[in-house]
Write a protein that binds this ligand. Structure first.
Ligand SMILES: *Cc1c(COP(=O)(O)O)cnc(C)c1O
Length: 403
């Protein structure tokens, strides 16, 4: 049997005819970027997440970059984040000219260890950027308390955790800003790139809406006004005549330096069809995770632990093994795909050599990078597929592991 890490056709099967119908409708609409589908999707996902503003953009990485820019974070600033995440988290910090400061992770949840943050705060620290890694929310109470005490911003990287919750609040909605990705493999995936920024702050929302469209037109003007109200380092106020919002030329008046980061109508139409299924799909992931945990309880694999009072949406089912490489090749021989997340913690990546970290600096992240890997898990995975994987792991242990 061949089992991929993720099989998206199981999700698409169910909505196939709706998808093709919606795609054709967009083709006929003559409107392909940030139109009616995008507006409707933003309203629907804001309601799903329970937040005031949902602002779509080009991808999850842009969501992070625009968020940091909106908060006025740039050269000379430091942002505290996790070393055990996808590169984009730290890349966004570097992209705005700031420096990522890595704090080790908790060995149980793999999320940033709040207890180790305080000693890394300096006068240059502007924000904490926690990642809800693999779908489990970080320790937000502790992070928000630190942020309040030191007047830091909190930007949540919720790219792997859409629909997860922490003490009843949706992941991504607790900090100043939350970021999501609709990369096809995420729990809510488009048929291409897409991203989302959420906030309950009206002024940040105005800035973000302007930034994603080159800081131009009415949205750009609103962004400039919001930046001035926040006293940020916005570009100088313009003395040029401000065109009316409905003036077709308004688009060619620029007020702040932003970016081109918008969601396509096609992706929004796809996401609108998928969103009503997200809760069920996440529940299916949770059910499959429970089966792995129960059926492999005697195995020497270490299973992902659940923090208290959270809903973990198992973007990836990450186990630990002392003989990872051997087990992975055994499973691969049996047609079972696996993936290593993450083989190199970010503080030891070549690109961050200049930051001066050494091996041993963040021991938990380094240890995990030698032991963790993902087993296949996706909504619609069949019992026979999962049983085949479970049997293969138990067989490996019987054959290869000393009793
Ligand atoms: C996927 C992901 C991103 C980036 O999202 P893209 O849409 O691929 O740009 C950022 N952070 C984390 C933790 C991710 O998993």
């Amino acid at each position: 049997m061949n089992i991929p890490l993720l099989n998206l056709s199981r999700q698409h099967e169910v909505i196939q005819s709706k998808l093709t119908e919606a795609l054709l409708k967009v083709v006929d609409s003559n409107n392909y970027i940030m139109g009616a589908e995008v507006r409707a999707f933003e309203a629907e996902i804001a309601a799903f997440l329970g937040c005031r503003h949902a602002i779509s953009c080009g991808n999850g990485t842009d969501a992070l970059v625009l968020s940091l820019k909106a908060l006025g974070i740039g050269a000379g600033d430091e942002v505290i984040t996790s070393p055990f995440t996808f590169f984009a988290t730290a890349e966004a910090v570097s992209a705005v000219g700031a420096t990522p400061v890595f704090v080790d992770v908790d060995p149980v949840t793999f999320n940033i260890d709040a207890a180790q943050i305080e000693s890394k705060i300096t006068v240059r620290t502007k924000a904490i950027l926690p990642v809800h890694v693999f779908g489990q929310p970080a320790d937000m109470d502790a992070l928000l308390a630190l942020a309040r005490r030191y007047r830091l911003h909190v930007v949540e990287d919720g790219c792997q955790a859409i629909g997860a919750s922490y003490k009843g609040s949706m992941a991504g909605t607790m900090g100043d800003i939350g970021c999501f990705s609709f990369f096809p493999t995420k729990n809510l995936g488009a048929l291409g790139d897409g991203g989302l920024i959420v906030t309950n702050d009206d002024r940040l929302a105005a800035i973000l809406k302007g930034l994603r469209v080159h800081g131009s037109g009415p949205a750009g003007l609103q962004a400039l006004k919001a930046m001035q109200q926040l006293g940020g380092g916005a570009d100088n106020a313009s003395t040029v005549r401000h065109p009316e919002a409905d003036d077709p030329g308004a688009k060619y008046y620029n007020y702040v330096v932003g970016a081109n980061s918008r969601l396509d109508e096609i992706q929004a139409a796809v996401l609108r069809i998928k969103l009503p299924h997200l809760k069920n799909w996440n529940e299916d992931r949770i059910r499959l995770a429970d089966v792995y945990r129960r059926e492999l309880s005697v195995s020497c694999l270490q299973h992902p632990a659940l923090a208290e009072d959270v809903i973990h949406v198992h973007h990836l089912y990450i186990v630990q093994s002392a003989c990872r490489e051997e087990l992975i090749s055994y499973l691969n021989e049996k047609g079972i795909a696996t993936g290593i997340y993450y083989p190199v913690p970010l503080h030891l990546q070549k690109v961050y050599e200049r930051l001066g970290y050494r091996e041993g600096d963040l021991p938990v992240a380094e240890y995990l990078s030698t032991r963790t890997f993902a087993l296949p898990l996706y909504p619609g995975m069949s019992d026979s597929e999962q049983n085949y994987i479970i049997a293969a792991i138990l067989q490996f242990e019987k054959e290869r592991m000393p009793q």
